[in-house]
Design a protein around this ligand. Structure first.
Ligand SMILES: [Zn+2]
Length: 187
């Protein structure tokens, strides 16, 4: 596997005899340097070196996929602190609201709440009505990714369509994402 190289603005990426400056790179009298912070990309076919800027999501849009943690849980809704937007970490203070009523419907779904406090969840943004980030977990790949046992605090593992604790035998119901329990978590 090729390890991706990152650069900060001004970093020397190559010498201009070897590479041409591509996007977000410039020729500084014989040295190709990075214009922005990001990942270095070498195009060895065209002998061009460029930088892919690190993009941090600043806004949330309908259809975005988020990964976060349940920080509040009530009977009808859960508050989710958003850590990742479309796979990229966000340093913004985004929080979304997940309706627990709509998530509960459907055959084979959990009888109790689909998510619990502290769960790491993957959700889809389905509405931004009234300035609230409304989340859903109805799709297969959406739902709980990681949860801790309510009894002993150990990470729960997948047992069929339920979450079970190998430590104490506790079984908990959630709306599990298809890849629940996989490590590392794919944001
Ligand atoms: Zn346990």
């Amino acid at each position: 596997m090729k390890k991706s190289m990152t650069a900060l603005p001004g970093d020397r990426l190559a010498v201009s005899e070897e590479f041409l400056p591509g996007l977000y790179a410039y020729d500084d009298s014989g040295s190709i340097r990075a214009l922005v912070a990001g990942t270095v990309q070498r195009d060895t076919k065209n002998m061009e070196i460029s930088v892919k800027p690190v993009v941090k999501p600043k806004v949330i849009r309908v259809g975005d996929r988020i990964v976060g943690q349940v920080e509040t849980a009530q009977a009808s809704s859960a508050g989710v602190k958003i850590y990742y937007v479309n796979g990229a970490p966000t340093d913004k203070d985004f929080s979304g609201s997940l309706s627990l009523r709509s998530s509960r419907s459907g055959r084979g779904g959990p009888r109790g709440p689909p998510v619990k406090l502290g769960d790491v969840v993957r959700c889809k943004v389905f509405s931004l009505l009234n300035g609230i980030i409304h989340l859903s977990i109805n799709e297969d790949e959406m739902g709980v990714l990681h949860a801790l046992c309510g009894n002993c605090g150990k990470p729960l593992l997948r047992g069929g369509n339920k979450a079970k604790c190998d430590e104490c035998g506790n079984v908990e119901e959630r709306k599990l994402a298809a890849d629940f329990g996989r490590s590392p978590i794919q944001p």
